[in-house]
Design a protein around this ligand. Structure first.
Ligand code: KG4
Ligand code: ZN
Length: 341
């Protein structure tokens, strides 16, 4: 009775994971809906919920059969209960409650952002996670829906130092990719093109709020400036400068994120930091964060790419640590589409 079954359905990825008591992920399955939503250029909430309904139970069966874990081995069930698309959250939450009730196991609702914060501490056969999660550390969460910087003083103790006042970093990548005519979701495409010898200095994009004395972010002005630039360019010009455009735009986002991180580390004197969420898969951001860690001689933990974007393993880790402390949620627990940490 020391394993956790974890379920994540807060947006458009259906994911199920099994973890053991040592933070080891035995399996983490993700049924991506990217291809389903691609023709619409973004997530269609109702389609996302319907697809979760179809994929979730077969994924749970697969997780058990693939690992050989049985219900007798399960300590409890962890499920994302907030924030997210409400229809998507409901599918995961109701499934978790039904299983908890039928198997007489505790279940625990997990905050999606807490999952992202803990992703760098996951372990599996290929990767040993960092182990400073009981100490003080800074956490930058950069995803499609969030850009937030937290001070973490031990597991469960979070203070938000700053956040985006408009678009999230992932949203800024996705909207730019759409303007460039790249397929959805665009962040990874921009990253790929930027890496094809794109010159980050070819175009000068603004670095919003870079020099302001706070830890907030703003990306909508950057997006508008890209739009104005692209409107002035012919199709041929855009085509031939694709890599330079992507590299320059990416550099603007990375510069702002890494500069604010560095300032926050200097101000708090924290010795550890994590960067997580879908945008932490960005190769430019990963390099810039490595440089911050080297410059300040502090420890950085980044999740492996498979745990950057949405996954149930990170929800399982938070659930495991909470269940081990004797916490659980009541069967009346509601999903909250909006909830701060
Ligand atoms: O964490 P996540 O899977 O979902 C949310 O909680 O929002 O993050 C998805 C976001 C998308 O905006 C996607 O374009 C972005 O992460 N993303 C990237 C990369 N991989 C995913 N952005 C930049 N570079 C990447 N390599
Ligand atoms: Zn996420």
């Amino acid at each position: 009775m020391n394993h956790v079954l974890a379920i994540e359905t807060s947006c458009d990825d259906t994911s199920v994971a099994l973890l053991n008591e040592d933070r080891q992920v035995l399996c983490c399955l993700v049924a991506s809906q990217d291809l389903v939503h691609a023709p619409f250029g973004g997530v269609v909430p109702e389609i996302a919920s319907r697809n979760h309904t179809e994929s979730l139970v077969p994924l749970i069966d697969q997780a058990f059969s693939q690992t050989g874990v049985t219900w007798d081995d399960v300590l409890g069930i962890a499920v994302t209960s907030r924030p997210g698309l409400v229809g998507s959250l409901i599918v995961g939450l109701v499934t978790a409650k039904a299983l908890a009730f039928a198997q007489a196991k505790p279940f625990i609702g997990v905050h999606h952002i807490e999952g992202h914060i803990m992703a760098p501490f996951l372990c599996d056969k290929q990767h040993t996670g960092a182990d400073f999660f009981e100490d003080d550390f800074l956490a930058l969460v950069v995803s499609g829906g969030h850009t937030q910087l937290y001070k973490v003083q031990g597991f469960g103790n979070y203070t938000c130092l700053g956040q985006t006042i408009d678009d999230a970093a992932g949203e800024a990548f996705d909207k730019f990719a759409k303007m460039m005519g790249l397929p959805y979701p665009g962040g990874v495409q921009v990253d790929r093109l930027a890496a094809q010898q794109g010159d980050p200095k070819a175009f000068r994009f603004p670095r919003p709020l870079l020099n302001e004395d706070n830890f907030n972010f703003s990306f909508s002005g950057l997006k508008s400036s890209a739009q104005r630039l692209l409107e002035k360019m012919s199709l041929e010009e855009r085509e031939s400068s694709q890599a330079d455009l992507c590299a320059s735009y990416q550099a603007a986002i990375v510069d702002v994120l890494s500069a604010k991180l560095k300032r926050a580390l200097e101000k708090t004197h924290f010795q550890n930091f994590v960067v997580s969420g879908g945008v932490s898969a960005n190769s430019g951001l990963r390099l810039a964060c490595d440089k911050v860690a080297r410059d300040l001689n502090v420890q950085l933990a980044l999740p492996p790419l498979r745990y950057c974007t949405d996954n149930a393993a990170m929800i399982g880790l938070v659930g495991l640590l909470r269940l081990q402390k004797g916490e659980s949620s009541p069967l009346e627990l509601k999903p909250y589409p909006r909830a701060s940490l």
